[in-house]
Design a protein around this ligand. Structure first.
Ligand SMILES: Cc1cc2nc3c(=O)[nH]c(=O)nc-3n(C[C@H](O)[C@H](O)[C@H](O)COP(=O)(O)O)c2cc1C
Length: 346
């Protein structure tokens, strides 16, 4: 094997990323994973301006608020960006309408299987649809329902997670899904990993945690500090105390809030057993514990009691850098890995 120079490595990366970048109309096939409260106009525009693909996190926003955020993002970038909608949102169809009116080219449906009517509406309105596929059967089902691309997100990721790692999901899904581009997410912090997933057949990658400390991110300085200090082992999934009271697994940095959540579950279950609460009330009480907690941490900087959603890649976040620097660093690492191969074989 002859060693590659940087321009040959860039050309190879360009080829590996062509399908994903072509799908988004971006320069590189790197998606900014939508993060509630963090992925607003500033970070989204900065990522798109840096050649990646920024995605607004709609989260619990109401339709007029989303319209405002899309318009605000457009004042900061001429480049394409997407919108991530949570399928449980009670006004999902109206949110799709807002995206279509603003001519958002890509809608990402997250948080479950999107209703067929929402997919159809998005596509009929001229938007491309991206869905999350937590297993191969569901990937095939989403494609049949009209998904134009898929994201597979491993349990290494920050925020709400499934049970399977990206390492395994990539092997289970990538070789068998070729009709649509597949983007991989969860635990990606360096360019070498991006290269290896592209070579396994991924069209591109989605990163969240790595972008929280972008200079342009409006996350509170205390939230950013927690990421800079945090190690992979600190980003743990929520613990469920009792099978009878399911807890949605969320990966986050451990803090006083995560400890209190265990105590809150124990106390709520005790009250249920003592007949002080019925089962539904107890379940709701457990679910409500984290209401508003991400906002408290990201915006107010309450890193002790708020939710510090973070992926295992948090250990690779070491300082504040501009979005453009982060993207350039990731691409350099991928290129360096390609160049080293030729040298190592020589
Ligand atoms: C603080 C935070 C908030 C998130 N909020 C959302 C969200 O609102 N919608 C969504 O689909 N994914 C959400 N995610 C997941 C990201 O979009 C992305 O898939 C994930 O961060 C990728 O894994 P990584 O963090 O290891 O890079 C969130 C992640 C973090 C860290």
């Amino acid at each position: 094997m002859t060693s590659m120079d940087r321009s040959a490595a860039d050309a190879r990366l360009g080829t590996l990323m062509a399908r994903g970048a072509g799908f988004f109309g971006s320069q590189v096939a790197i998606m900014g994973g939508a993060m509630s409260w963090v992925s607003e106009r500033h970070l989204v525009a900065a990522l798109s301006n840096a050649g990646a693909f920024g995605v607004i996190a709609c989260g619990a926003m109401e339709p007029p608020r989303l319209a405002e955020e899309i318009a605000g993002t457009k004042t900061l970038t001429q480049k394409p960006f997407g919108v991530n909608l949570i399928t449980m949102h009670p006004r999902l169809e109206q949110l799709v309408d807002v995206c279509l009116e603003a001519k958002v080219g890509h809608i990402v449906f997250a948080g479950g299987i999107p209703p067929g009517s929402a997919i159809k509406k998005a596509k009929d309105g001229g938007s491309k649809v991206v869905c999350f596929a937590p297993a191969l059967v569901l990937a095939k089902r989403m494609i049949r329902s009209g998904a134009d691309a898929l994201v597979i997100e491993g349990s290494e990721a920050g925020g709400h997670i499934g049970p399977v790692s990206l390492n395994v999901l990539a092997q289970e899904i990538l070789p068998h899904v070729t009709d649509v581009p597949v983007f991989v997410a969860g635990g990606i912090g360096r360019g070498e990993a991006i290269l290896s997933y592209l070579e396994m057949g991924a069209a591109g990658v989605q990163l969240g945690t790595r972008f929280v400390c972008a200079t342009e991110s409006i996350a509170h300085p205390a939230f950013k500090q927690a990421f800079i200090r945090g190690n992979a082992r600190d980003a743990m999934p929520t613990i469920q105390l009792d099978d009878a009271f399911p807890v949605i697994p969320v990966r986050a940095l451990q803090n006083a809030g995560t400890k209190r959540f265990l105590e809150h579950q124990a106390e709520t279950i005790r009250r249920f057993r003592a007949g002080e609460l019925d089962k539904d009330a107890a379940q709701l009480d457990i679910e409500h514990f984290w209401a508003g907690a991400l906002r408290r941490a990201v915006i107010d900087g309450d890193v002790e009691n708020g939710s510090l959603m973070a992926g295992q890649s948090v250990g690779m976040v070491t300082r504040e850098q501009s979005a453009a620097e982060i993207i350039a660093e990731l691409m350099e690492q991928a290129a360096a890995a390609l160049m080293a191969r030729g040298r190592n074989a020589a």
